[in-house]
Design a protein around this ligand. Structure first.
Ligand code: URA
Ligand code: CA
Length: 435
């Protein structure tokens, strides 16, 4: 099978067989297919797409390029969750302990954050001592003993994705539904869970900007998982503003602790999305028979303190200083040199919050990486004070920056001022003059 013929076939809009896709992927991983041919193939996929069978075939080919974790010797249904990437999305840190406190077995392997803000692993690493690189046996033992572990990917999971993602990044071929769906699902399937809950974000800054795109991505990923015998559910959630108020690593740990301590209540977006995700995880785990029962159990896990205790237990098991998992002591990890309130010069209602710009602003002051090896400052970031639709005046800050190094603070403020719009009914008496 010559790569050039497969590129031509896809360019012509034809359907590739599983064998054809597999030969291309294994050839690429073995360095028999060069980058320039793979880049041409990826671009052909961007234009011609792939059907459901091809997308599943691509996922399986990627999955088979490396190790697949076997969790079958841990009793019970092992459940994982995945988010397609949001700003202010600290759901994993809250949902993991909630589900484990209600009897679910949460075995989560996270990738490093690809985008503007730190990923779950970076947030966890803001807790002194906590180790995310556990050997596989230790990861499994922890899930057996305390029903909860959140670690980095161990072993050689999906090397095809590492190589393909790097190439997609520099050839403008990231944004293709079958490529995104297979990239995400190959990694989820390789990490061994029996059940997966997907949180597909839609809105500014999400891969899926429209609801239609999000539905297509979600159903493609659900289809791939089910073809491979996994229980998969997807929910589509809003990313037209940061999900929580905190954007930053220790700041997001603090917000997760607030949620687990019962300080957020129903109606709050972060709380509601966590309830929905955790509820689906309990249903797939067989720990609840209905959404109502799941929610009641989850509410109780917060009210009783069991969920917060579970978070503490996980931090301790992974070598972290669990005394920080406390709504007062966590503030020590969020201590910075300077708090900078950000004001907008209008009175009115918040009309638009560009989540991506908010994420980039946090990245600029050190909360995320712009290059793979950049260091992250765990304490810095920002806290939003206003949500969409809320009233604001020039005397009230829309958010506060937490900074240690003033270097990029002005640039971050400029991004926020561009990204947050206030609808102010200025004295517009004349709209246009046509003469
Ligand atoms: N996240 C991934 O892991 N892969 C993609 O292609 C896009 C988002
Ligand atoms: Ca994230």
């Amino acid at each position: 099978m010559r790569a050039v013929d497969l590129i031509a076939k896809k360019r012509a809009g034809e359907v590739l067989t599983d064998e054809e896709i597999n030969s291309l992927i294994q050839g690429y991983v073995a360095n028999d297919v060069p980058d320039y041919q793979m880049a041409a193939f990826l671009m052909a996929v961007c234009f011609s797409g792939m059907n459901a069978q091809e997308t599943a075939g691509l996922t399986i080919a990627m999955l088979q390029s490396g190790d697949v974790v076997d969790l079958s010797d841990i009793p019970g249904v092992k459940v994982d969750k995945h988010s397609t990437g949001g700003v202010g999305d600290t759901t994993t840190l809250a949902v993991g302990p909630m589900v484990a406190a209600c009897g679910g077995k949460v075995a989560k392997m996270s990738g490093r954050g690809l985008g503007h803000t730190g990923g779950t692993l970076d947030k966890l690493e803001s807790i002194p001592g906590l180790i995310i690189e556990l050997p596989l046996e230790q990861f499994k033992q922890q899930v057996r003993e305390i029903s909860l572990a959140i670690v980095g990917q161990t072993g050689n999971l999906v090397p095809a994705d590492k190589k393909l993602y790097a190439l997609r990044d520099v050839t403008s071929t990231v944004n293709s539904l079958p490529l995104i769906a297979s990239s995400i699902m190959s990694k989820k399937l390789a990490s061994g869970a029996d059940a997966i809950v997907l949180d597909v974000k839609t809105g500014s800054g999400a891969f899926a900007e429209t609801l239609e795109q999000a539905k297509a991505l979600a159903s493609t990923m659900v289809d791939i998982g089910r073809r491979l015998g996994k229980k998969v559910v997807a929910i589509i959630t809003d990313m037209n503003q940061p999900l929580g108020l905190a954007v930053g690593n220790a700041l997001e740990v603090r917000e997760a602790i607030e949620l687990l301590s019962g300080k957020l209540s129903s109606g709050d977006p972060l709380y509601e999305v966590c309830m929905l995700l955790a509820g689906k995880m309990l249903l797939l785990s067989g720990q609840a028979g209905s959404e109502t029962e799941a929610r009641a159990k989850l509410v109780k896990s917060i009210e009783s303190g069991a969920a917060l205790a579970k978070f503490r237990e996980m931090v301790a098991a992974q070598g972290g200083d669990f005394t920080y998992i406390d709504s007062v002591k966590i503030n020590e990890l969020c201590a910075v040199k300077r708090h900078i309130p950000v004001f907008l010069p209008y009175s009115g209602h918040v009309q638009r919050i560009d989540a991506q710009k908010v994420g980039l602003a946090a990245q600029l002051i050190g909360a995320g990486r712009s290059k793979k090896d950049d260091a992250i400052d765990p304490a810095v970031g920002l806290v939003m004070h206003k949500r969409l639709g809320e009233p604001v005046s020039p005397q009230e800050p829309v958010c506060t920056l937490y900074v240690n190094d003033d270097l990029n603070a002005d640039a971050a403020i400029a991004l926020l001022t561009q990204g947050i719009e206030i609808e102010h009914r200025a004295q517009r008496m004349v709209y246009a003059v046509l003469d």
